[in-house]
Design a protein around this ligand. Structure first.
Ligand code: GLY
Length: 375
């Protein structure tokens, strides 16, 4: 077994993260956050797709510090989140229910064994199951008329909710649906070279693929770096739960592509195939998600076989810490600057994104020996 020591800079970064999280928790409590505006996060309604990440950060820091105030705030957020199911906010929920409940209810159940959290995990799983379209074996992403039949690579990171529930409730049907979706993703989203499409639109009635769309990326044939990072993490998790070797093979292909596309300074551009990636806005969140995914992948490979993924993750995290971390910036609520939300809509460009913070913290934890995450 490879014995690794945690780099000093990573230990120092974790301490800085905890300090910043405690400060922000004091100001916002168990709120729902998304993107910073002039350095500040502002609370949003619970149906925003990122609503689980801040409570999830509180839980991660609780796990390390045992500060019960953080656990209470996370529980309060989860109580409010559940209410979305019995209000008009229900219409705003979609495939990202996984992000919302895995980072909150499932995470808290794993930490505190609270049966209420377990029940909420099942509720969210049932909602996610209801989005499965058997005509094409995919989970539909969104709700509005203009987005009908759209399936997106991001959903790979919502599948762990189904895999978790299959094990927790001994219900293989949850896993069957997750696997059906993952197989569709392998078939239509992952290109030969390991890059990925963001969106494929399918015919809702027949399940036939209609077209690839650029989505949050530059173009239909480009490679949106955060989409790629969702795949970098999602496929190793599918393999971890199922042991299906095809998922591991595709995970390696996707990770190899991601690593090869990184610029010399490591922080990814928002899309790897923009005309001039060297001057394009960066997306630190893609780097953070990928770092945690690469560490996951390395942990699933036999000794020595995952070394290139482990060192790429370390390089990514060190670059994020040097270039994007906010330790000396009290004017910044986020942990990482220089993230890009949705560039084609000119939305949240060069900001902090709460999920970038979440995965950065998670990946630092893995460097320090964390083996159980919410996923
Ligand atoms: N899942 C949406 C995004 O990554 O922006």
């Amino acid at each position: 077994m490879t014995i690794r020591t945690t780099p000093d800079w990573a230990i120092a970064a974790q301490e800085q993260v905890e300090r910043k999280v405690m400060d922000l928790a004091e100001r916002v409590g168990g709120a729902f956050l998304h993107a910073s505006v002039q350095g500040r996060y502002h609370p949003l309604a619970s149906d925003v797709w990122t609503s689980g990440f801040w409570p999830g950060i509180l839980l991660q820091v609780y796990r390390r510090t045992e500060a019960t105030s953080l656990l209470k705030m996370a529980k309060a957020a989860e109580d409010e989140l559940e209410q979305a199911f019995v209000s008009d906010l229900l219409y705003g929920l979609h495939h990202d229910i996984g992000f919302q409940f895995q980072t909150t209810a499932v995470a808290r159940y794993k930490i505190a064994s609270d049966p209420i959290a377990r029940r909420r995990g099942l509720l969210a799983t049932s909602f996610l199951m209801s989005r499965f379209n058997p005509a094409g074996n995919f989970i539909e992403a969104w709700n509005t008329e203009d987005r009908r039949g759209m399936v997106i690579i991001d959903t790979m990171m919502n599948l762990p909710l189904l895999f978790w529930a299959a094990e927790e409730f001994k219900q293989p049907r949850f896993r069957n649906v997750a696997e059906a979706h993952a197989e569709t993703a392998v078939r239509y989203f992952v290109r030969e070279d390991g890059s990925t499409h963001h969106i494929i639109r399918f015919d809702q009635k027949t399940g036939a693929p209609i077209e690839a769309l650029g989505g949050q990326g530059y173009a239909p044939d480009s490679c949106w770096s955060r989409g790629q990072s969702w795949a970098v993490y999602g496929f190793p998790l599918a393999y971890r739960y199922t042991g299906v070797s095809a998922y591991l093979e595709v995970a390696k292909r996707i990770a190899d592509n991601f690593i090869a596309a990184l610029p010399p300074e490591y922080v990814p551009p928002w899309d790897f195939r923009v005309p001039d990636p060297s001057t394009a806005p960066r997306d630190s969140s893609a780097g953070a998600i990928a770092a945690s995914g690469l560490l996951e992948l390395a942990s699933l490979l036999p000794d020595g076989a995952g070394e290139q993924y482990y060192s790429a993750a370390v390089n990514l995290l060190q670059a994020l810490t040097t270039r994007c971390a906010t330790w000396e910036r009290p004017d910044q609520d986020g942990l990482l600057m220089h993230a890009t939300g949705k560039l084609p809509a000119n939305e949240n460009v060069d900001v902090s994104l709460i999920y970038g913070d979440f995965y950065y913290l998670e990946a630092l934890g893995k460097l320090a020996g964390l083996t159980e995450t919410c996923w």
